[in-house]
Design a protein around this ligand. Structure first.
Ligand code: MOS
Length: 743
């Protein structure tokens, strides 16, 4: 398969270089999946269910087929056979899919047919002409409905209940107690790029342009579904217009691949914006009960975090919101519990900081309420309960610069002047002003990845890995890591990525892509340099002869004697004398169980928010956000700042803007578009500042990276809600906070 991307850039690791794919994006030269138009391409459009539960009883296929340009209508009756039941979950990390296996409707927005036509317009019209009829049953879509059950696991595998100490005894003994219930809404994925695929079959070989956050996972899933060899599946995914977890799993794009199978021509299927509110996972709603006890001096005696959430009627993904309470505050007794109800919705899934984002809203609000009960400043209260070791495990942190985050964030924000009492600050226009703080946290994960590095005859470097750039600047950061490990300037390194036939770079998820693939790249780079060193140190003609591999250092394209850096030779000279076109090495990264056993590793941060509230109208504006984050080593401060900005904006969105409104009568999402599903725009976030707090972590992984993708969404919504309380004296516990909650 053709090389999709290769870049050369200047400067090295730690430097704030600009993303070199930036010009491609702003000039429109960057090619996203849906930009591909192979010869003979047909267009597929989904017809989706308008009811929340029941059966499709008829489709007007004749009308659709009769429309000019329509080539085929795919329904459960003629959908090509699959080698695996889409409801089978034996493929690791897979969810049950709706691939026209029968007439049953499990949620509103579920695909019920696919129309394939010569043009997008004809396919769209054909899909409208299908005019499905249904046998509808009442759909349950609210957390109030259904029988709750305790799931065996939550999130990607955590226990549903965790007990550390005796929370009930701690609560009973407390001088101050609070109990409060917080609600967070269903959120749908709204990446700029909706899910799509361009699929072409050649016998049993399958060529795909499809955004994915994990090539190997996707290939494994498709090989099993279609019963075809994995080696025959080639995916290109050079650019993603955002993933946020929704493109980790293979979902409705499979219908595009099936459509291509049915008609024997390449097919493009792209979900319309409204179709993103159904089959591509979402963040589940939660109702969280926080019970806190504290001694007279403000020290927590107990913390119980109970989560009620929802999953679909047919599959399990349980939002693990209680997890934040395991690590953040030093309560001697901690208990987290989760329960779920089954609703007639699509299955929820991974959405940026799944669990931590929703959980920290509740925890940070409750901490604020307890600070008030203890008559303490909210920041002082958090410092009083600072966890020196991970509370539930007792493990030391591999590093933790949260104290510095609090200090630097507070100084920059000007927290010191904050009056304790609410509703005491006004601006010149008479708006109520409030300040709030929230703590951010996200675990430092490491998954598995492989990479290949080569040093070429001209002295340049090449690094290859099937990685994903979702817009976070991954390629730029990986090239910087490659350059550092190869001892080359970034200008001299080529990074090839974006296709499934390259070494398995693992997933771009869990905020672990840079740490994981970066570790593999570093390993490959260092090994390639070691091979080069071997060539030199064993050759009597080299000035490095006899130095031994560990006695040399690679810098600026040269190998130098460690004990005498005046003696050395260039990579090109070594390869030329050896008569080799290149030396290459494969590298890998994987979790180190011993490190995980010895240390708890989390990124941390402190977010400070200012809001202004109109005293008559209750309208809230987040006027100023300052976040200070410590996440281990920073490869590129410019890119990291951008991740933090994006996370904090989503946090503001969680606090004030974003929620899916689901009609309890029909089960349908009533605001399935970007006009009615509110997301913050520039005017909603006038001042945003991210502080990168220095943190060195010698234990977390080879590069000392903790990951920056997800942390900044945590803490922020709580900080905004706490600022709203401080402005108004009204404690809003339902998110997003609405005008009617404050009047
Ligand atoms: Mo993330 S929710 O692991 O893309």
């Amino acid at each position: 398969m053709a090389e999709v991307i290769s870049m050369r850039h200047g400067s090295s690791a730690g430097q704030p270089i600009t993303r070199r794919d930036g010009p491609l994006k702003v000039t429109g030269a960057a090619r996203y999946a849906a930009d591909n138009h192979p010869p003979g391409l047909l267009h597929a459009v989904l017809a989706t269910s308008a009811i929340g539960r029941g059966r499709v009883t008829s489709l007007d296929e004749a009308a659709a087929r009769a429309h000019p340009g329509v080539v085929a209508v795919m329904t459960p009756a003629n959908r090509p056979a699959l080698a695996m039941d889409p409801d089978d979950k034996s493929v690791p990390f897979s969810f049950r899919m709706d691939l026209l296996q029968d007439q049953r409707v499990r949620y509103a927005g579920q695909p019920v047919a696919v129309v394939i036509a010569e043009t997008l317009e004809a396919a769209t019209e054909g899909a409208a002409l299908l005019a499905p009829r249904y046998e509808a049953e009442p759909a349950e879509v609210s957390l109030d409905e259904g029988e709750a059950f305790v799931p065996p696991i939550v999130g990607a595998g955590a226990p549903a209940e965790l007990r550390h100490g005796d929370a009930e005894a701690g609560l009973a003994a407390a001088a101050n107690r609070i109990e409060a219930t917080y609600e967070t809404p269903t959120q749908f994925h709204n990446a700029m790029e909706p899910h799509g695929v361009v699929a072409a079959w050649d016998g049993d070989a399958l060529s795909l342009d499809m955004p994915t956050q994990g090539f190997a996972l996707t290939v494994m899933c498709l090989a099993a579904l279609f019963g075809i060899p994995a080696e025959g599946i080639h995916i290109r995914s050079p650019f993603l217009g955002g993933g946020f977890g929704s493109k980790l799993l293979t979902g409705p794009q499979v219908l595009g691949i099936l459509a291509a199978r049915l008609v024997g021509r390449p097919v493009k299927l792209v979900l319309r914006r409204g179709q993103m509110y159904g089959p591509v996972t979402h963040r589940a709603p939660t109702r969280q009960v926080l019970r806190l006890g504290a001694a007279p001096d403000g020290g927590l005696t107990a913390l119980h975090h109970h989560v009620r959430t929802a999953t679909s009627r047919f599959d399990d993904f349980i939002e693990p919101s209680g997890g934040v309470s395991h690590t953040l505050y030093a309560a001697p007794a901690i208990r987290t519990t989760h329960e779920a109800v089954r609703l007639d919705t699509g299955t929820p899934g991974f959405m940026r900081a799944p669990g931590e984002a929703s959980g920290s809203i509740a925890l940070e609000s409750a901490m604020d309420e307890m600070a008030l009960a203890c008559s303490m400043d909210p920041l002082a209260f958090r410092l009083r309960n600072y966890a020196e070791v991970e509370p539930v495990s007792g493990k030391p942190f591999s590093s933790k610069a949260l104290r510095e985050c609090y200090a630097q964030g507070a100084a920059r924000f000007g927290w010191a002047g904050r009056p304790l009492a609410p509703r005491t600050m006004r601006d010149a226009q008479g708006m109520l002003v409030g300040w709030g703080v929230g703590t951010a946290t996200f675990p430092a994960h490491l998954f598995q990845a492989a990479a290949r590095a080569a040093i070429r005859r001209d002295g340049s470097g090449l690094v290859e890995a099937g990685a994903h750039d979702m817009g976070q600047g991954a390629w730029t950061a990986f090239t910087q890591i490659a350059a550092e490990s190869l001892g080359l300037d970034v200008e001299r390194v080529e990074f090839r990525s974006g296709t499934s036939d390259l070494p398995d770079a693992g997933i771009a998820g869990g905020s672990a892509h840079t740490a994981t693939l970066g570790g593999a790249i570093r390993d490959a780079g260092l090994k390639a340099v070691a091979r080069l060193a071997e060539l030199a140190t064993e050759d009597p003609r080299s000035p490095l002869f006899g130095a031994g591999n560990v006695g040399v250092v690679a810098r600026d394209g040269r190998l130098l004697r460690r004990d005498d850096e005046g003696r050395g030779e260039s990579f090109a000279e070594i390869l030329a004398r050896a008569g080799l076109a290149e030396v290459e090495a494969k590298g890998s990264a994987a979790p180190d169980p011993a490190a995980a056993e010895a240390y708890a590793s989390h990124a941390h941060g402190a977010v400070f928010a200012e809001v202004k509230v109109d005293p008559e109208l209750g309208q809230v504006r987040a006027t100023r956000i300052v976040g200070a984050f410590a996440a281990g080593r920073i490869i590129n401060p410019r890119l990291v700042r951008s991740q933090y900005d994006g996370g904090m904006i989503w946090g503001v969105s969680c606090a004030l803007h974003e929620r899916a409104a689901i009609d309890r009568r029909s089960g349908r999402v009533m605001n399935a578009d970007l006009a009615e599903y509110h997301l913050p725009v520039n005017a909603d976030v006038p001042s945003l500042e991210a502080i990168l707090v220095e943190e060195r972590d010698p234990h977390v992984n080879a590069l000392g990276i903790k990951g920056v993708g997800e942390i900044a969404i945590t803490g922020t919504a709580g900080a905004v809600a706490n600022a709203v309380w401080h402005a108004t004296g009204v404690r809003a516990r339902r998110f997003p906070i609405a005008v009617e909650d404050l009047l």
